[in-house]
Design a protein around this ligand. Structure first.
Ligand SMILES: Cc1cc2nc3c(=O)[nH]c(=O)nc-3n(C[C@H](O)[C@H](O)[C@H](O)COP(=O)(O)OP(=O)(O)OC[C@H]3O[C@@H](n4cnc5c(N)ncnc54)[C@H](O)[C@@H]3O)c2cc1C
Length: 329
C-alpha cells in the first residue's frame, strides 16, 4: 500500500532537531514529523546544549574548499535570521544587528519559537528517552516502538526515516570509531541583568582557551557574558576563578559598561552556566548512515550532529541539507 505522507522521527529537540523538524514540515514534500526527545525547550541539563548557548552569528568557517558547506549553511541561516529581524514580530527573540551586521538570538525564546511553529504545523511531541544500549539498530527500533505505542493507527512500515539530532549524546549511539570523534568544547557563561546595546567579542587575549563576549538576549532584559572554549573538558561544575576572569576581561575592555549597574559598578549577576559544545573531529555530520546501506529495521537513518559552537548559525542550512537527503531517497 502506497502512502503519500512520509513519517519521520526526529530524535532530539535542540536547535538542530527543532529546525530540522521545521524545515521538513515546510518543505511541501508531505512529511509528517514526530519529535522524540528527553529534553524540550524549558528543560535545563548538561546533556541539552541548546538553551546554554550564547546565540550570536559569527561564522567559524574558513575560506578553504573544505569549509564550503559550512559557509553555505551559515549564509543560509543568516539570510533567514535577517528576514526574521525585518519581518518578524520579535517572537523568535531576534533583535540585534551590530556593527558588522550580525544577528543575535535570544536562545531560550528562539527554541520556544521553533517548538511552537513545529507544533502548529502538526508535529507530534513525545518526551521520552530512547534506549541507546544496543547501538544504531537498537536505537532506531526503540524510537519506533515509542512512536508506534503513542499512535496505534501507525504501522511500523510507514516510518520512512529517523533523524539523529542528539548532539553530543550521539556518542552513546554510534559505532565506537565514529563515537571517538565526538568531544565537548566546554563553555562557561554568566547571565547578567540588562541588555547590552550590542554584541561584542574579543578573542585574542593570549589566554589560550579563554575569550570574552557579550551577547544581549533581545526582549529578556538580560545579557550573556562569557567565556571559554575548553576542548575535551567534561567538567560540569562552575569554575569560580574563571567567572572572576571573565568579568575582569569584560570590565577591562569596557565591553558592557551600560550593564555595570550594580554596587560599585559591578554586574548584577543572575546565574552561571556550563555547557558542552557538541564538537566532532572533521566537523558536523549531516549524512545518511553508511552502515547497513543506511536502513535499520526498514527505516532510513540520517545523522545531524556535531555542530560544535555553531549549532545555531548552521541550523537552517544544516536542516535543509537533511531535507535534500530525504528527497533523494
Ligand atoms: C557556551 C556556549 C555558547 C554557544 N554559543 C553559540 C553561538 O553564539 N552561536 C551558535 O551558533 N552556537 C553556539 N553554541 C553552540 C550551540 O549551542 C550548539 O551547537 C547547539 O545547541 C547544538 O544543538 P543540538 O540540537 O545539536 O544538540 P542539543 O541541544 O544538545 O540537543 C540534543 C537533543 O537530543 C536529545 N537526546 C539525546 N539523546 C537522547 C536519547 N537517547 N533519547 C531521546 N532524546 C535524546 C536531548 O534530550 C536533546 O533534546 C554555543 C554553545 C555553548 C555551550
Amino acid at each position: 500500500m502506497a502512502h503519500s505522507t512520509k513519517e519521520i522521527i526526529v530524535l532530539g529537540a535542540g536547535v538542530t532537531g527543532l529546525q530540522t523538524a521545521l524545515s521538513l514540515l515546510t518543505s511541501h514534500a508531505g512529511y509528517k514529523v514526530t519529535l522524540v526527545a528527553t529534553h524540550f525547550p524549558g528543560d535545563i541539563s548538561i546533556n541539552y546544549t541548546s538553551p546554554l548557548a550564547g546565540g550570536h552569528w559569527r561564522s567559524h568557517a574558513g575560506l578553504s574548499a573544505a569549509d564550503a558547506l559550512l559557509r553555505a549553511w551559515d549564509a543560509r541561516t543568516y539570510e533567514v535570521w535577517l528576514r526574521l529581524l525585518r519581518e518578524g514580530d520579535g517572537k523568535a527573540g531576534e533583535g540585534y544587528e551590530d556593527r558588522y551586521q550580525s544577528v543575535c538570538i535570544n536562545v531560550p525564546q528562539y527554541l520556544v519559537y521553533l517548538y511552537t511553529r513545529v507544533t502548529e504545523l502538526g508535529a507530534r511531541i513525545i518526551k521520552s528517552t530512547v534506549d541507546v544500549s544496543s547501538g544504531l539498530d537498537g536505537a532506531v527500533r526503540d524510537a519506533k516502538r515509542i512512536v508506534l505505542s503513542s499512535d496505534p493507527s501507525l504501522d511500523k512500515s510507514f516510518i520512512f526515516a529517523l533523524i539523529n539530532a542528539t548532539g553530543l549524546s550521539a556518542r552513546h549511539i554510534l559505532e565506537p570509531e565514529e563515537a571517538a570523534k565526538l568531544y565537548p568544547i566546554r563553555g562557561q557563561t554568566i547571565l547578567v541583568k540588562g541588555e547590552a546595546n550590542r554584541a561584542r567579542t574579543y578573542t585574542d587575549f593570549g589566554a589560550g582557551e579563554e575569550i570574552a563576549y557579550v551577547i544581549p538576549r533581545a526582549g529578556s532584559g538580560t545579557t550573556i557574558i562569557g567565556g571559554c572554549k575548553q576542548t575535551g573538558n567534561y567538567d560540569q561544575g562552575v569554575d569560580e576563578k574563571l567567572n572572576d576572569r571573565i568579568i575582569e576581561r569584560v570590565v577591562q575592555e569596557g565591553m558592557a559598561r551600560e550593564l555595570q549597574t550594580g554596587k560599585d559598578g559591578r554586574f548584577e549577576i543572575i546565574s552561571y552556566q556550563v555547557g558542552w559544545r557538541p564538537a566532532r573531529k572533521g566537523g558536523p555530520r549531516v549524512e545518511l548512515e553508511k552502515k547497513s546501506s543506511g536502513k535499520f529495521d526498514g527505516t532510513w537513518l540520517v545523522h545531524a550532529y556535531g555542530h560544535s559552537g555553531g549549532g545555531y548559525q548552521e541550523s537552517v542550512g544544516s536542516a535543509e541539507r537533511v531535507v535534500e537527503i530525504l528527497k533523494e531517497l
